[in-house]
Design a protein around this ligand. Structure first.
Ligand code: DGL
Length: 274
C-alpha cells in the first residue's frame, strides 16, 4: 500500500494564512528551527480575510485547521492576525493539537521595546475591530497610548506584488498620516503580510519610529512549546517546506520568494473540506 504524498507529513508544523503573509512567520521559524518540516496553507481563493465578518473568518479558520490536521501535523500556527483575533480561542478549545496565534507574540514584542509610550497599530479592519491588540496591550501596560489604524487596502496591494508601486506608497502615506500626527514612537505591523513593506515604511515614517512584528517572537514561542511537549525536531537535518494554496496564482512564486528570501519549491493546489 502506498500513502499519498499529501498524507505523510506526520512530523510537520502546520501554518495557515489567507495568502502569502504567513510566510514571514515561516521564515522566522526556519531560521530558529531549521530541522522542522513545514506544511503551509494559503487560502488564496478566499483572501482577504480582513474584510470578512467574524463568523466567516471563524468558519474559514476552522476549515484551514481541519486541512492541516488531516495531513497529520504535530502543531499549528495561525499565521494570520485576523484569524488569530477572531478564531484562536475557539480553535484551541476544539482541537487537542497545540495551536498558537500571532497576537500574543506581537504584544510581547511591543512590550519588549524600551520606552514604548505611543504605539500605533496597523492591521486589517477585522483585527482592528476585534480590539485584540488594544485590549492586550492596555491590560499589560497602563499609561500606554494606543492608536489603531485599519489599513484594508494593503493586503490586496501586497498580494498583487505592488510593494514598490507608487500607488502603495500613496495609500501608505494616507494611512500613516494620522499616526504620525499622534507622535507614535512604535508601530506594530499587526498583519503578517506587512513586514514586506518595511523598506517603504522606513522611508515614510520619522526615523525614530520603531517597527515591530510578531514573526520572531512567535517562532520563539513555538520553539518553547515544542520543547515543552517534547515535539521539537532535534536532528541536524534540513527541514522541508510544502506549500498548498486554495488558488494558484502566477504572482505567488515571486511573492513567496520575497517573503522567504529563497525559492518556495513546488506549490500544490489545496481543496478544503475534501
Ligand atoms: N496576513 C493576514 C493577517 O495577518 C491578512 C489577512 C487578510 O487576508 O486580510 O491578518
Amino acid at each position: 500500500m502506498f500513502a499519498t504524498v499529501a498524507a505523510v507529513n506526520v512530523s510537520s508544523l502546520g501554518f495557515f494564512d489567507s495568502g502569502v503573509g504567513g510566510l514571514t512567520v515561516v521564515r522566522a521559524v526556519q531560521e530558529l528551527m531549521p530541522a522542522e518540516d513545514i506544511l503551509y496553507l494559503g487560502d488564496t481563493a478566499r483572501l482577504p480575510y480582513g474584510s470578512k465578518s467574524p463568523e466567516t473568518i471563524r468558519q474559514f479558520a476552522g476549515e484551514d485547521v481541519r486541512f492541516l490536521i488531516s495531513r497529520g501535523v504535530k502543531a499549528i500556527v495561525v499565521a494570520c492576525n485576523t484569524a488569530t483575533a477572531h478564531a484562536l480561542p475557539q480553535l484551541q478549545e476544539r482541537y487537542r493539537i497545540p495551536i498558537l496565534g500571532v497576537i500574543e507574540p506581537g504584544v510581547e514584542a511591543v512590550l519588549a521595546c524600551e520606552n514604548a509610550e505611543r504605539v500605533g497599530i496597523i492591521a486589517t479592519r477585522g483585527t482592528i475591530r476585534s480590539h485584540a491588540y488594544q485590549h492586550a496591550l492596555a491590560l499589560r501596560r497602563t499609561g500606554l497610548m494606543i492608536h489603531g489604524q485599519a489599513t484594508p487596502l494593503l493586503v490586496p496591494l501586497i498580494e498583487e506584488n505592488w510593494i514598490e508601486h507608487p500607488a502603495t506608497r500613496a495609500v501608505l502615506k494616507t494611512y500613516l498620516e494620522p499616526l504620525i500626527e499622534k507622535g507614535i514612537d512604535t508601530l506594530m505591523l499587526a498583519c503578517t503580510h506587512y513586514p514586506l513593506l518595511i523598506p517603504v515604511l522606513r522611508e515614510l515614517l520619522p526615523a525614530d519610529v520603531r517597527l515591530v512584528d510578531s514573526a520572531t517572537t512567535c517562532a520563539e514561542h513555538l520553539k518553547k512549546e515544542l520543547t515543552r511537549l517534547n515535539l521539537l525536531e532535534t536532528t541536524a537535518r534540513e527541514g522541508k517546506l510544502e506549500i498548498h494554496l486554495t488558488d494558484l496564482s502566477e504572482e505567488f512564486e515571486a511573492l513567496a520568494r520575497q517573503f522567504l528570501k529563497k525559492s518556495p519549491g513546488r506549490i500544490h493546489r489545496a481543496v478544503l473540506g475534501g
